[in-house]
Ligand binder design. Structure first.
Ligand code: NZQ
Ligand code: ZN
Length: 385
């Protein structure tokens, strides 16, 4: 096992009806800005519950944070924060709203050009406004982590940043608030969480059985509950388990002390920035090809994954690896997320464009051994055609 720090201060408030707890979770004297997306929270009752819980507070609103939140939009929220002297941010929505709110929290207290926050990967952030989250879409883990991803529309640049300053103070997770999700977003969430686990698990062995077995249990849970969440959308236990699995997939626990990959995500971000594909769609395209092209480096963990996650015990190591990659692809397809570039109308032009963007953004040494060069990314994308 590698040396590590594990720090996660997020207070999780889980269960039906828990939005009412905002009354005490949000500091009493705060000037609160409630940030949300395109309106799903108004249709499913979340907005009303939030405002009812905050009726003793001073509340302002910022609506319209897009999926894949835009830098340009978030700067408007920063201006509002300054004008209204806001001192607490409450994100209500999916990962995009939580991520956008984290950026606003950091940018509101940053004196330089706010874009520095993204180009520095968060290194320039010394302070941030406190924030909380009410999550309506299990997927990203943003509610319990210190990362966020923001897209600059003008240059089609999608960049992540990380800093402990933007850990939410709390996150309210009410599984019933996910009942209204369209199937596409349920599927996206399960696939995103699955790939988060894979990026922290499917690297090379470091004798870390706690992390491995936590990761395997999350993968197995997602394989079990993902299809059920589509088939029976109002099953509380299914939604609760999907929600907790997605949070646990990216809250730092399973990644502590082990190598991490993230090449699939970083190649995927370029696909979203260029072609507006959903985040999870990009992962479903890239991951099976990534595993195939890098199978030699990942061999030992791929054999372990085949056996422990998919129960594949027959055949040679290569046959097991092939079967495990096929099972992975079939899981994504069964969730309704297509797995090739051509499924989304993209061809060789997209391969060239993504590789150029990776080079332009300095994404040239990806992966757990920093050996995923643009040439390797190209092979991966060609295998995903
Ligand atoms: O905008 P509204 O109207 O709220 O609609 C949203 C949006 O259209 C809708 N939605 C959310 N909750 C709903 C609902 N519709 C009905 N009922 C509900 N309960 O779903 C749509 C997608 O929402 P979004 O927040 O974009 O999805 P997701 O949670 O998948 O977030 C994706 C973003 O997170 C980033 C991605 O790159 C992407 O920008 N990620 C953030 C990470 C992190 N912070 O750690 C890690 C991830 O790898 C990921 O990169
Ligand atoms: Zn993701």
């Amino acid at each position: 096992m590698q040396s590590f720090d594990f720090y996660n201060p997020v207070h999780i408030v889980f269960g039906q009806g828990r939005i009412a707890d905002l009354a005490t979770l949000v500091p009493a004297n705060a000037r609160v800005l409630v940030l949300y997306g395109g309106g799903s929270i108004k249709k499913n009752g979340t907005y009303d519950e939030v405002l009812a819980a905050l009726k003793g507070h001073t509340v302002f609103e910022f609506a319209g944070i897009e999926p894949n939140p835009r830098y340009e939009t978030l700067l408007k929220a920063v201006a509002q924060v300054k004008a209204e002297k806001i001192d607490f941010l409450l994100a209500v929505g999916g990962g995009s709203v939580v991520d956008g709110t984290k950026f606003v929290a950091a940018a509101a207290q940053y004196d330089g050009d706010a874009w520095d926050i993204l180009t520095s990967g968060g290194a320039v952030v010394n302070s941030a406004l406190p924030l909380g989250a009410v999550l309506t879409l299990p997927a990203t883990g943003s509610e319990m982590n210190q990362g966020a991803v923001v897209t600059r529309e003008a240059t089609k640049t999608k960049l992540p940043f990380h800093t402990a300053k933007v850990f939410p103070k709390f996150a309210v997770l009410d599984p019933t608030k996910t009942y209204s999700l369209p199937p596409r977003q349920v599927a996206n969430g399960a696939v995103d969480a699955f790939v988060h686990v894979v990026e922290q698990y499917l690297t090379y062995p470091t004798d870390a059985p706690v992390q491995d077995r936590f990761a395997e249990s999350l993968l197995q849970t997602l394989i079990e509950v993902g299809p059920k969440a589509l088939a029976t959308p109002h099953d509380y236990q299914v939604r609760a388990n999907l929600m907790w699995a997605a949070t646990m997939a990216l809250n730092g626990l399973i990644g502590a002390g082990v190598p991490q990959d993230w090449a699939t995500h970083l190649v995927g971000h370029e696909l979203t920035a260029l072609y507006e594909l959903d985040h999870a769609q990009t992962l479903a395209i890239v991951l099976p090809a990534m595993l195939q092209i890098r199978r030699a480096d990942k061999r030992a963990k791929l054999v372990q994954y085949a056996e422990r996650v998919w129960g594949i015990r027959d055949g040679s190591d290569d046959e097991r690896i092939d079967a495990a990659i096929t099972k992975t692809r079939e899981f994504f397809e069964a969730m309704g997320v297509k797995t090739t570039l051509s499924d989304y109308g993209l061809g060789t032009d997209a391969v060239d464009a993504v590789v150029s963007q990776l080079e332009a953004h300095g994404m040239t040494t990806l992966g757990e051994k920093q050996d995923v060069t643009p040439a390797v990314s190209r092979r991966v994308l060609e295998a995903a055609l």
